[in-house]
Design a protein around this ligand. Structure first.
Ligand code: ATP
Ligand code: MG
Ligand code: MG
Ligand code: MG
Length: 564
């Protein structure tokens, strides 16, 4: 590219509302242009970076055997009604009607769409496993869009979904996707941690986030100084906010109302958000061997037989619970009694890992979940303390100590189980000819957010410092004085040779002063700028290394070899 022909509108002033380096520099250097709150245009440089990131993702997905698809952005609201997520997603979901008054949403994520694509097309275990992904615009009407590309309303996500016959096979794919995501971030040149995310605390590995380490990150992570262990402390912060209502009367009628749709609806009954309660059970923190626990499996739960079959939880001698009353309400008491923690963990490993999601995905007709009643509920303080990971604690994995650090969530991988396939009726025939819902995983990566994340980690007071794999151009050939024929001739020669060699090169052939061009080179952040100036008369050009912030003299006839 010749800069004289390029559209790279650099600016001296930062946008008024910009606080983050990525927001400031991406705007000032002409990568992005804001249209409205949370809406951005990508200009040529921004688009080039996006495509570089996409290419790396595509390569790693191909290597991992995932196939790229492209699903419609506008999605029928019916699918969201089927899964029960339409309400849960709230105002982030942008809804609208077409001319025939049909309701649609702009896809904020595509679980329903992908399940819809696969159901009735994949019918047999022989066609599984399957991993499909897309790189696609998403829309979320974020309450507080901010930080430029970091939290936009319209953004680009790589979203992948895998389909399996069993949880074991899901585990295998989940690990493979974690490895693939790790490679992507390594290739992008990012310093990152893979941490246990919210539901991770339940089963240990059900949900992980990929966090780019940066002070400006919105998430706080507890990371070990010795091993790779890390966890998002989001759960901690959430539990602090959870107010525990008065211990309720056992109001089973509440369940008779077909209005239980969200976690909030349950929390009144269960004193606290059952999600956390379950985590507590799984974490072993509250319950001791022998504590009494009641688990209710609500309407539509197919898993009860399995739970019973594992005989995990001791006798079903119900204490406070009137079984008839419950079953009249469509509830099935799961178990009560001396708790066998190992067994519970076994169950939770396959069940509750997805349970939090089930809550999210539940609708009234197919509410799979599980509450825990608790006479043994801890005090609020105790409860909050439980999730407060403190700096200096023992790493749960090794002898190391935990410390806090900030991270930007650039990826999130999740074991979904049958949370979407069951309500959407997406089934396959197993080896015995029996229909079963797909066991699923989901793998998201914030592609446009990654552009910002690279800059959050790689910038200085002068501007962007792109990594080699993300830079819009690797080499900038800067002609100091375009009236100098020798300078122009060398630049042209290098330009052609580099282009022929497939190196991304831009040539600053503008009729501008040296200082102006030099400032732009720093602001945009090309990894290498070759300054072709006065010293060329003595056979010397200068290499300006943006990351090192150093200039070095190089004999002009060695320049090409040194670049390659
Ligand atoms: P966050 O916690 O930052 O709101 P999320 O947990 O809601 O993100 P996911 O549903 O896990 O996001 O989506 C997968 C990925 O999409 C995220 O890991 C993130 O990188 C990206 N992403 C989510 N929301 C946005 C947004 N508003 N702008 C840019 N990227 C986003
Ligand atoms: Mg979000
Ligand atoms: Mg998140
Ligand atoms: Mg997430």
């Amino acid at each position: 590219m010749r800069m004289s022909q390029a559209f790279i509108p650099t600016e001296k002033e930062a946008p008024k509302d910009a606080a983050l380096p990525s927001h400031i520099y991406l705007t000032r250097a002409g990568f992005i242009a804001q249209v409205a709150s949370g809406l951005y245009n990508l200009m040529p440089l921004g688009k080039r970076v996006l495509k570089k990131i996409e290419a790396i993702i595509n390569e790693e997905m191909a290597r991992a055997g995932a196939q790229e698809v492209d699903l419609s952005f506008v999605t029928p609201a019916e699918l969201w009604e089927e899964s029960g997520r339409i309400e849960k997603f709230g105002k982030e979901l942008l809804r609208f009607r077409d001319r025939k008054e049909n309701l649609f949403v702009l896809g904020p994520t595509h679980e329903e769409m992908m399940v819809n694509l696969v159901r009735n097309r994949v019918n047999s275990y022989k066609q599984l496993p399957l991993n499909l992904y897309q790189i696609k615009t998403k829309f979320r009407d974020e309450a507080r869009p901010r930080f430029g590309l970091m939290r936009a309303r319209e953004f680009v996500m790589k979203d992948g979904y895998s389909f399996h016959t069993s949880y074991e096979d899901l585990d295998r794919e989940f690990d493979a996707m974690e490895a693939a995501y790790k490679r992507v971030l390594e290739r992008l040149g990012l310093d990152f941690r893979i941490v246990e995310a919210d539901s991770g605390a339940i089963g240990g590995s059900g949900s992980k986030e990929l966090m780019v380490l940066a002070d400006s990150g919105e998430d706080t992570l507890a990371v070990c100084d010795r091993c790779e262990y890390g966890a998002n402390i989001e759960a901690a912060r959430r539990s602090e906010r959870t107010t525990i209502p008065e211990a309720p009367e056992a109001d089973f009628n509440k369940f008779a109302t077909p209005g239980i749709k969200s976690i909030e609806d349950l929390s009144g009954f269960f004193h606290v958000d059952p999600y956390y309660t379950l985590k507590a059970v799984a974490k072993r923190a509250i319950y001791e061997e022998g504590d009494e626990v009641v688990v209710f499996f609500l309407r539509g739960c197919d898993d009860l037989q399995e739970v019973k079959a594992t005989n995990a939880c001791g006798a079903l001698d119900l204490v406070d619970v009137n079984e008839e009353e419950l079953s009249a309400l469509g509830l099935v008491p799961g178990f009560i009694g001396p708790l066998d923690l190992d067994a519970v963990r076994t169950i939770f490993d396959w069940d509750v890992k997805g349970a939090a999601n089930m809550i999210c995905g539940a609708n009234e007709a197919d509410f799979h979940y599980v509450g825990v009643d608790l006479s043994v509920l801890p005090e609020e303080a105790e409860y909050a303390a439980l999730y407060e990971v403190k700096e200096g604690d023992g790493c749960p994995v090794c002898d190391g100590k935990l410390s806090y650090t900030k991270g930007i969530e650039v990826g999130h991988i999740f074991k979904l189980g049958t949370v979407y396939s069951a309500p959407l009726g997406a089934q396959f025939l197993n080896e015995n000819g029996k229909a079963e819902p797909f066991v699923m995983g989901t793998y998201g990566m914030g592609v446009s957010r990654l552009i910002a994340a690279v800059i959050e980690q790689h910038h200085d007071e002068k501007g962007c410092v792109w990594t080699k794999t993300t830079a819009p151009y690797l080499v900038n050939l800067m002609i100091s004085n375009i009236k100098d024929e020798a300078q122009v001739a060398l630049a042209e020669r290098l330009y052609e040779a580099l282009q022929n060699a497939g190196v991304d090169v831009i040539m600053d052939d503008r009729k501008e002063r040296f200082g102006f061009k030099a400032k732009d080179a720093e602001l945009v952040g090309y990894p290498l700028t070759v300054i072709i100036g006065k010293e060329l008369a003595n056979g010397i050009v200068q290499f300006f290394d943006r990351a090192e912030d150093t200039k070095s003299d190089v004999p002009s006839d060695e320049a090409l070899a040194r670049i390659m």
